[in-house]
Design a protein around this ligand. Structure first.
Ligand SMILES: [Zn+2]
Length: 385
């Protein structure tokens, strides 16, 4: 049966495209109609399931472009993962995905799993066997010997091995390739965060999609290699920060997305990292935005303290950078969807797109906190929450 959802406000697209007293009609998982409530009602079949929110806001489902479903966000997620067998990890993936869904996140991009567990979960959601958001899965991230996240099984040395791992991922049906262009924080004993892990030529061979890069040299190599997004992009150098304006302009010109992956605990991170240093790092993200770089919303969920059920705290990072609530809602919906190549699938409430949506109490375009008051979540046409 068709489902009609009405609300006081319906956010159909970016830049404040709002219908007052609007409605959306969903048929077979697809948005079949959008418009003023009385018009959608008059066009809807007689027998239609109804969800009415006369005080609520209906908006497109949220996009978390940087999660790690295999990690548990506990005190030592890497140790927990290494101790757990695949069945336990699979159970955890399903639970954590539900946390995201209940927070209104209907699309996630997972940046690296073990043994294809997230790819399997993605397929189970697609087939309707498990509840969950739409998942874009990176499979096994490509890293150097003993490199960042080596424990996920993606250590390669040299061009041939790198090419073989990318092929194996593609054969398994991954949606993107994640490459660890530099070291990272969670890998004990791994290369430093600023250090490049691959030569420019190796990166060119590996690169299809997302590159994890903190250090300046790794960022430069990733841009040259033609990645579609850069994760973190903190411009950390051996002795401080080194943001290169010409590279930033190149990132903007090539339309490469940057996902700062600000954890819901980004304020706590700033305290531990040193507030002044943290502000310097955040300033780099702000500067990229000012120079026209497309930013992506993402939580790094799974890393210690980066929980799966508090997307709004992560979004507050963008308010800290100076974004308005409306700009943040746009970033988390249609802009993230477009940056992930899903602009014709999700991110707006227009006929023909998949029915990914949520209803919240209040108006998130003027008060971001309204996103914490979730009343209904629909992912791919199925109702949750
Ligand atoms: Zn991450």
């Amino acid at each position: 049966m068709d489902t009609l959802i009405s609300a006081r406000r319906v956010v159909i697209g970016p830049h404040g495209q709002v219908l007052a007293d609007g409605a959306v009609l969903v048929r077979n998982g697809v948005i079949a109609d959008t418009g003023p409530r009385h018009e959608v009602e008059s066009r809807a079949p007689a027998r239609t399931l109804r969800h009415d929110y006369p005080d609520g806001t209906l908006l497109p489902g949220l996009v978390d472009a940087h999660v790690h479903l295999v990690l548990d966000a506990g005190p030592d997620p890497v140790a927990a993962l290494r101790e757990a067998d695949d069945a336990t990890v699979a159970k955890g993936i399903a639970e954590r995905a539900l946390g995201l869904l209940n927070a209104g996140v209907t699309t996630v991009r997972d940046l690296g799993d073990r043994n294809g567990l997230v790819t399997e979960f993605r397929d189970a959601v697609r087939a309707g066997r498990l509840p969950g958001p739409r998942v874009l899965a990176a499979g096994t991230p490509v890293t150097g010997p003993g490199g960042h996240c080596w424990f996920l099984g993606g250590e390669v040395s040299g061009e041939d091995a790198a090419r073989a791992l990318v092929r194996r991922n593609v054969e398994r049906g991954t949606d993107l390739i994640k490459v660890m262009a530099t070291g990272g924080g969670i890998t004990k004993g791994g290369p430093p965060i600023w250090a490049p892990q691959f030569t420019a030529e190796e990166l060119r061979i590996i690169v299809q999609e997302a590159a994890h890069a903190h250090g300046t040299a790794g960022i430069v190599a990733a841009v040259e290699a033609g990645v579609s997004t850069i994760e973190h992009c903190t411009w950390i150098d051996q002795d401080g920060f080194r943001l290169l304006d010409d590279v930033v302009d190149e990132i903007a010109a090539r339309g490469i997305g940057v996902c700062p992956a600000a954890s819901p605990d980004w304020r706590g991170f700033a305290e531990r990292f040193g507030r002044e240093r943290a502000e310097e790092m955040f300033g780099g993200i702000r500067r990229m935005r000012e120079r026209g770089v497309r930013l992506l919303t993402g939580t790094d969920a799974g890393v210690s303290r980066a929980v799966f059920d508090d997307f709004v705290s992560s979004l507050e990072f963008f308010a800290h950078l100076g974004c308005t609530s409306q700009e943040i809602v746009d970033l988390a919906t249609c802009e993230a969807a477009e940056a992930l190549g899903l602009g014709k699938v999700t991110g707006r409430l227009l006929p023909g797109l998949r029915a990914d949506l949520l209803v919240v109490e209040g108006n998130p375009l003027s008060d971001l906190q309204a996103l914490r008051r979730v009343r209904l979540v629909m992912a791919d046409g199925l109702v949750y929450a």
